[in-house]
Write a protein that binds this ligand. Structure first.
Ligand code: ATP
Length: 223
């Protein structure tokens, strides 16, 4: 059976979640307090409803408990976001993802029982900053304050060299999880796997080690 999602708040973030879920063939209920926003989504989402989701009875009448996953995308109105999340937790919704507006909001959401708190503006800012600082960093995923997974673009400096020759693990303490070459993906590549210009390598490690390796091996300004 198709998974049932409900998205509460149809601002830019909520709208894009609704559209993407629909594109992926999911059943989506789109909810907003604003009638115009709901009308906009009547032809896009599986169902659309006008509701103030801070009211428990309203949420229950939407049958919200039966949804597999509810996404709270109310950003600006932090009070409404927190109250809605609290109601969803109390009703017993199985999976709740909430967009946080700032770090305090995030803390409260975690405390009251949101399953996942996302902070898209902050996370995208961090990613873009990494990408601006080093053009070889194609993507960046923060695992903790110290550890990350990054996608690095291989340049002429490493062309034809194997992972063991580059000494990625011993010299930099980083692990190459996969090498992407065109449409091919080599997961857990062997030590004798050679890299070629244009390859994308996915590396896990401590931030400082990744940066060191990136500057030594992948920064083509010094090539
Ligand atoms: P974004 O940053 O995603 O663009 P936004 O600034 O456009 O967000 P927000 O003010 O964060 O919009 O709110 C998102 C939506 O949540 C709005 O369309 C708003 O009408 C809706 N919303 C706010 N409070 C409630 C509520 N109590 N119940 C239902 N929807 C609500």
């Amino acid at each position: 059976m198709k998974k049932q999602f409900a998205v509460i708040g149809l601002g830019r973030f909520g709208s894009s979640i609704v559209k993407e879920l629909v594109d992926q063939g999911m059943q989506v209920l789109a909810v907003d307090i604003n009638e115009d926003k709901v009308n906009e989504f009547a032809g896009i989402a599986t169902h659309a409803a006008i509701a103030d989701t801070t009211d428990e009875n309203t949420l229950r009448s939407l049958g919200i408990r039966n949804f597999d996953h509810v996404i709270v995308a109310i950003g600006d109105n932090i009070q409404s976001s927190i109250l809605t999340t609290l109601m969803l937790v109390e009703i017993g919704v199985s999976h709740i993802t909430v967009k946080a507006q700032n770090d305090y909001h995030e803390k409260v959401l975690n405390k009251i029982g949101a399953d996942k708190v996302v902070h898209p503006e902050r996370d995208m800012g961090i990613r873009i900053a990494h990408n601006i600082v080093s053009k070889n960093v194609l993507d960046y995923l923060e695992l903790s304050d110290e550890y990350s997974i990054v996608e690095l673009q291989a340049g002429p400096q490493v062309h034809g060299k194997t992972l063991i020759e580059l000494d990625v693990r011993a010299a930099y303490g980083c692990n190459v999880m996969a090498v992407k070459r065109g449409d091919d993906i080599h997961v857990s590549p062997a030590a004798d796997e050679a890299l070629y210009t244009g390859d994308v390598i996915i590396v896990i490690g401590a931030d400082r080690d990744i940066t060191r390796m990136e500057l030594d091996l992948f920064d083509d300004d010094t090539a």
